[in-house]
Ligand binder design. Sequence first.
Ligand code: FUC
Length: 806
Amino acid sequence: MKRLTLLLVSLLTLKTFAQTPLRLWYRQPAGNIWTAALPVGNGRLGGMVFGNPAQECIQLNESTVWTGSPNRNDNPDALEALPEIRRLIFAGKQKEAQDLARLKIQSRTSNGQMFQPVGNLNLIFPGHEQYTDYYRELDIEKAIATTTYTVAGVHYKREVFASVPAQCIIVRLSSSQPGALTFNAYLSTPQKNATVKANSRDLIVNGTTGSHEGVEGKVNFNGIARITTSGGTVTHSDTAINVSHATTALIFISIATNYVNYQDLSADAVKRSESYLPAAKTYPQLLQEHIAAYQHYFNRVKIDLGTSEAAKLPTDERLINFSKVNDPEFVSLYFQFGRYLLISCSQPGGQPANLQGIWNNEIMPPWDSKYTININTEMNYWPAEKDNLPEMHEPLIRMVKELSVTGQGTARTLYGARGWVAHHNTDLWRITGPVDNIFYGIWSMGGAWLSLHLWEKYLYNGDEKYLADVYPAIRGAAMFFVDDLQEEPTHKWLVINPGTSPENAPKERQGVSFDAGTTMDNQIVFDMLSTAISAAEILKKDAAFVDTLKMIRKRLPPMQVGKYGQLQEWLQDLDDPEDHHRHISHLYGLFPSSQIRPHGVSSLYSAARTTLLQRGDVSTGWSMGWKVNWWARLLDGEHALKLITNQLSPVREHGGGTYTNLFDAHAPFQIDGNFGCTSGITEMLMQSYEGAIYLLPALPAAWKDGRIQGLRARGGFEIVDLEWKNSRVVKLVIKANLTGNCRIRLANRLKGLKEATGDNPNPFYQTPVIPAPLLAKPEKELPTLPYTFLYDFSAKKGKTYTFLAL
Ligand code: FUC
């Protein structure tokens, strides 16, 4: 009986979520277009599957194949020059300061190393140039890329997946007619210092990565493609394996390096890669294990924003059509594709997702495919907690802990400060010095912004043991500010000097980014101090340190509203209303921070909106991804959807858009925009901050009926089910994983709940009070906010609560 009920329940659930299967599919192969190939990944290995019948290519990556070796990039002359640089900035001589810093502070060694490809597995099928019935797909419910077609009446099928349990990429080739499978296989590599060879069952690539910017390449890598067949004959040459007249073939691709951690390259790449080759498992077993491991994460969230006829077309056609038709299901697919990508490129124990996740085919990739931590890496992880993939956050959390060690050297050498600091980039070796052009590189907030992810995770899991584990990194990031903040001469505020508003400069000072007390710097310092204060208080530690941080926090500059009604980007009112720069760093305060919020300081909320309107919509991919989140926080679902529409358009000449394989275009490909937009879609449906879980805060009319299951909210809540009709919540199921007051905000009444009064006592919903803003002109009118109901109930750990509309 119990079983029957379970079956019925799952059938009902299936019915409600009956929608076109979650897959990217195409009627043509990728040809030689990398951004049309389909990505598979297990966090450590990445593969791009082209699906070309006659010349198949699977382009291969391994997450620790980077140029260089353990190194530090701190400029030893910095500390001596720092007082003069600071003096020049306070004296308004920003250009002179920047010129001096270029010589004295910017790294003279590594600007960050490059993430590089391993090579390609090439499979050549003679006679397959002409084919019919072509189809290829990436099934993101099972994480399998499949290609099928027919040649001379024989149906061919290729399945490719990257398995976490097997630690291999597994390829299965099959033909509908016994003995019809004939192909030639070889590995190729763009790596200079590498060799390829073949024996009777293995193709092998072995090499060492290159040196870069004076840092010797010492990552050894070894890749093996082991081929087994059913039927047929197998012969080999020095570098290739020939399979003739087989019926099926199985290829295990195993790649490993000597990388142990950022300071240790003592592993044996050959032994490691051999050890991953699965011994006695059958294909169905391997497949089943893979699907189970993947679905353990993926199946936690389901989404239904409605469907339409438009959903029946191939993915590339839907992308072209999206701005012209109603295709809400394309947004659901894109949202779930973001979750697919995060599971595939960021697994516990591995490396965090870099600028391209784990998929890169270039030996010198754009921006080295490293970690740009002035927005891009943080954005990669915005979906992790709320979209129910907290395990995928682990590689980033571990990287922050590692940076909190390497960054101590940089804090000491460059700033004479305690604690730790990281600038706007890092890499596999956890460098923390300023890199690239000094215009970009001087930004010293990278470590602090990343540290806020440590706290963010705690707000979702409430686990004090975890908090104690990450506390030293949090403490160190705040400690750096205790020593580094400088008294600004006019108002005596404590500010970062030198600082920048990432990658932007005032119109009057083009080419000169150097400044003191930029708005984003102030906001991050405020959040970092507040976080360290809260963490120390929860852990009952460091009382004197907490007092110091509280005193410092009182002396931070307030946010300011300038003469155009905008949120000021700099301490002076220098903003240009015509500036359409992709970075709108000062809106960090609106998202991901909660310093600017609908029910907070109204003048700042209005100013953030004005700034966003002035900066415009269309931009690079990640910038538009961020804008979706901002419009969601501004409770404007229509504008958020407009940005999604800009993002879900074929790649534009001047930036932004989406490639055939749904990779985000900066352009070129950068994965941050995928994750930023996934996060933004979530923020449109549910937000958990400023004292409440806000349901459907920015729902566009196009999604008036829908359902989402499995989102996580701060304070340990899981939104097990949220269903809406006609833009009204009709059903809400919440599970509490922690005991505490649960406060819900929504636009319609729910049955059986009591209206909330006063502040939410839940400790995970406290918002520190920010300094009162300074306004260039008195506030004209208050922003109009939608009318909402606010409910409270007392939630007990482990219990699930269901509410229906009144
Ligand atoms: C930042 C951005 C660029 C690019 C790069 C990887 O520097 O300003 O647009 O995304 O990171």
